[in-house]
Design a protein around this ligand. Structure first.
Ligand code: PMV
Length: 321
């Protein structure tokens, strides 16, 4: 048995632009203070949280361990609700990529860790953009394919004829409340569904173009600290995502309950369940509204650090054993 290597990476939410970003359109995301922590060590056979590691159920881990000449023990601990549009899977890939590369003595750049995490997600899911992996690895705020971005250029990624350009985005103090419907909705099938609409239906392509317009408008509002206009764009984005067929009753209920106390509210991530997000100055009222409709609220702090090594050995971090 080797020494443990522990890393963590944040979850995220999408302020604007999910689904359309898959087609190379702009998006704006923020990392949150809910994190995925992963510990790895060399081992005699592959285990995950004390049980045999089943690579059929964890294809991204199969990808991330493809070059290892030894088996590993993996321990995970997630503060991020799983399968809920908050990027738990990309956070697992990001933290694993960092922990494994450190264990192997490879010093990878932030961009290389991001690509490893994105490739693992792509291998497991076969679709999707590098948005989640980039946000989880870099942390903070990220703008993607925005015209005239304000922050430092991070990296470009090209895949299947699509291109995404990532910039760091410093954001003003804002309060966001996440509302979890408790309905698990994996990303892959939602992305596939939109792709089928896009192939068959020019109306779906027009909705994606409308999401692009609202995302650019909202992104500009964010950069000039205009929360009223940003909120309006978020609510409009939710309507467009609903027309696209990726919302659901439970999400619409939480969004509608939050709106009287918010600048704006929308689903976040791939939809079909999972989470919504509200931009608000009245977080307590939004939390009450979400609870009254059966959801679980989280007041999140945004802009925290990306993937990083953790000093604690796993027995001190509360990881499953
Ligand atoms: O549901 P999540 O957290 O995996 O977010 C998915 C975001 C999409 O735009 C729908 C897909 C993607 O890969 O960008």
């Amino acid at each position: 048995m080797g020494e443990w290597f522990t890393a963590s990476a944040p979850g995220k939410f999408v302020i604007l632009g999910e689904h359309s970003v898959v087609y190379g359109k702009p998006a704006v995301t923020l990392a949150v203070d809910l994190r995925m922590t992963v510990a790895v060590r060399r081992s005699g056979w592959n285990t995950m949280n004390g049980e045999r590691l089943d690579f059929r159920r964890q294809p991204h881990l199969r990808y991330l361990t493809r070059d290892l000449r030894h088996a590993i023990d993996v321990l995970t601990y997630s503060e991020i609700p799983v399968g809920s549009g908050m990027g738990s899977s990309a956070a697992l890939s990001a933290a694993m990529a960092l922990a494994i590369s450190t264990m192997e003595g490879d010093s990878l750049s932030e961009e290389e860790i991001m690509l490893e995490a994105y490739d693992a997600e792509f291998y497991a899911q076969g679709n999707g953009s590098p948005m989640d992996a980039s946000t989880s690895v870099h942390g903070g705020g990220i703008s993607i394919n925005m015209p005239e971005p304000h922050g430092r250029h991070l990296w470009d990624v090209e895949r299947n004829g699509r291109r995404w350009s990532f910039n760091d985005l410093s954001v003003p103090e804002m309060t966001f409340v996440i509302g979890n419907t408790g309905i698990r909705a994996p990303t892959g099938p939602q992305v596939d569904k939109v792709q089928r609409y896009m192939e068959r239906n020019h109306f779906a392509r027009e909705v994606i173009d409308d999401i692009e317009r609202v995302t650019i408008e909202g992104g500009k509002a964010l950069m000039r600290r205009d929360l009223v206009s940003l909120g309006k764009c978020m609510t409009e984005d939710h309507k467009l995502l609903s027309i696209l067929g990726v919302s659901c009753d439970a999400l619409n209920k939480l969004v509608n309950a939050s709106l009287p106390y918010s600048y704006g509210a929308k689903l976040t991530g791939s939809g079909g369940g999972g989470c919504m997000v509200a931009l608000t100055d009245e977080p307590e009222k939004v939390c009450e509204a979400i609870i009254s409709r059966g959801g679980t609220p989280y007041v999140v702090r945004t802009g925290g650090p990306g993937a990083m090594m953790e000093p604690n050995p796993p027995d001190k971090t509360g990881l499953k054993r």
